[in-house]
Design a protein around this ligand. Sequence first.
Ligand code: FES
Length: 377
Amino acid sequence: MSENFRGAKQGLTSYGDTGFSKFLRGVFLASAGWDATDLERPIVGIANTESDFNPCHRLVPAIIENIKRGVLEAGGVPFVFPTMSLGETLISPTSMYLRNLMAMETEEMIRSQPMDAVVLVGGCDKTVPAQAMAAISADVPALLEVVGPMLTSTWRGERLGACTDCRKMWASHRSGDVSADEIVEIGNALATTGGTCMVMGTASTMASLIETLGLMLPGGATPPSPTGERLRHATKTGRAAVRLAKEARSPSSFLSKGSFLNAVTVLAAIGGSTNAIVHLLAMAGRAGIDLTLEDMEEIFIKTPLLLDLKPSGAGYMEDFDRAGGVPQLLLRLHPLLDLEAIDMFGKSLGEQLSEISTREDQSTIHTLESPLLPAPT
Ligand code: FES
């Protein structure tokens, strides 16, 4: 393994005297308990989007603890830093106009602080595309770790989840089928854990596409936020970030037109959020990849719907997770994918898929031969 990291010596603050810049950096890091041995190791920045204004991210602290553990186990030094956080339901007038600001802010914090790799912890709708855009532009070794979806709950025997059911139940209330008392009960059953909306909305869609692009370790899109599976994925991500730092593998080393076309195919097969079109174009643009609406249309008309999740189907993200998540979906979709596309470690999608076998014990991910809905043509 090559060792290309530069640790705390990189990106020195300008004082007009390089020796003094290094000395002063050491002085202040020593005040935080870091010694010379620590500072000979790769530094992994961890972008923290915990915010009381973003309830979807309320389990971020536990996830970050596990990422830090993974970084330390692999011989790196974890440095957590705050960035903007965009919680869909608490931002006025809408979160979209802040996506680019978050992308720029995150990018500049990655660029201006001495880190050999970065792990970006996001989840709620605009945070993931903003962080991906930042990572692509900064072009340092980067992995995204999402907070994961919420778990479902029930109300009087009916399974509920945010936010397809939020609109459905509110409509029932407005039509008089659900009383004022009942809608309060329902409101307490729609979002009962930390995590992102557990239908195939924008958060789940973007997590699935980021995993497809290879900006997230396999299996990262679907584990629910409150589970040990989520925490174990975070630990693995911390370890992998140190390896990425040592091998200096940045997004430009593996993102390709093929990987973006694969993401578009997945978007169609999961019945994902149409917002993803805007986000994918922005991410491809930052990667210098010429992805067009025509490319997308060509894929949309030939790709059937395979995933049985709300709002297109019946299930929720925890069902997708139990069915094997994105790797299992990619396996079923492989005739429509570019198998030469590589992940962050240079492994081709074909190689990755050859290591897993088809799960027959589930009904959430359909096959190309028997899709939930056939392709439009
Ligand atoms: Fe955060 Fe839905 S409101 S993911």
